[in-house]
Ligand binder design. Sequence first.
Ligand code: ATP
Length: 137
Amino acid sequence: MDGKLTLEVVVPQRKLLREEVDSVTAPGAMGCFGVLPGHTPFLTALEAGELSYRINGDTRYLATSGGYAEVGPDTVTILAETAEPAHEIDLERAQQAKERAEERLRQRDDEEIDFSRAQVALQRALARIQVTARSTS
Ligand code: ATP
């Protein structure tokens, strides 16, 4: 349990962060997973959700959408389609995206509606709203 993990989060436009952290929790495609130093290496796809990491007793949060996580014994590399800390999130935009997605999901009989696309959009919006709430709670 001694030691740290190097967490690196990369989005298409930039390297968002590289930090020495104590643990990482990420929204894996097969469920949320936690990583401590010394973890068995693995590779997994990510869903939209909340990624959190602990630094010296402080927990920090990012809203992420899909991508991949590569876990090594002392590294976690996140290649995310999008990733935002709370201060970069436009809450109103996320609430509007949530309402749009919910409206599409209500029209489930309409063949024009791409149901799974709306579900994923809803998940992204909910992750952003959740991470924004973290910073005010
Ligand atoms: P919207 O429908 O509002 O565009 P979206 O979920 O379709 O939302 P994405 O495709 O996930 O948007 O993201 C496109 C870009 O916009 C990314 O760079 C992402 O970080 C940014 N982004 C999306 N929603 C927000 C938000 N609420 N606040 C800040 N940045 C956002």
